[in-house]
Design a protein around this ligand. Sequence first.
Ligand SMILES: [Zn+2]
Length: 61
Amino acid sequence: MSCEHLICAQCAGPVAEARCPVCRAAKSDLHHHTHGISIPQVVLLLLLALAVAIAVQHLAH
Ligand SMILES: [Zn+2]
C-alpha cells in the first residue's frame, strides 16, 4: 500500500510530501502498517518470547 495518492485533511497537500505534522504522522503510520507489524502481533511475539524464556529456564534447572 502507498500513501502517495492520499490528500491531507489539514494542509490539503499530498501526504507523501509531508508538508505538515499531520502528513508526517499519517505517512509514518501508513509505513508502519506497511511493514506488517501491528500491535496484536507484537503482543503475540512478546508472549511467545516469554513462553520460550520460561521453557528454557525449566530446562536449565
Ligand atoms: Zn498535511
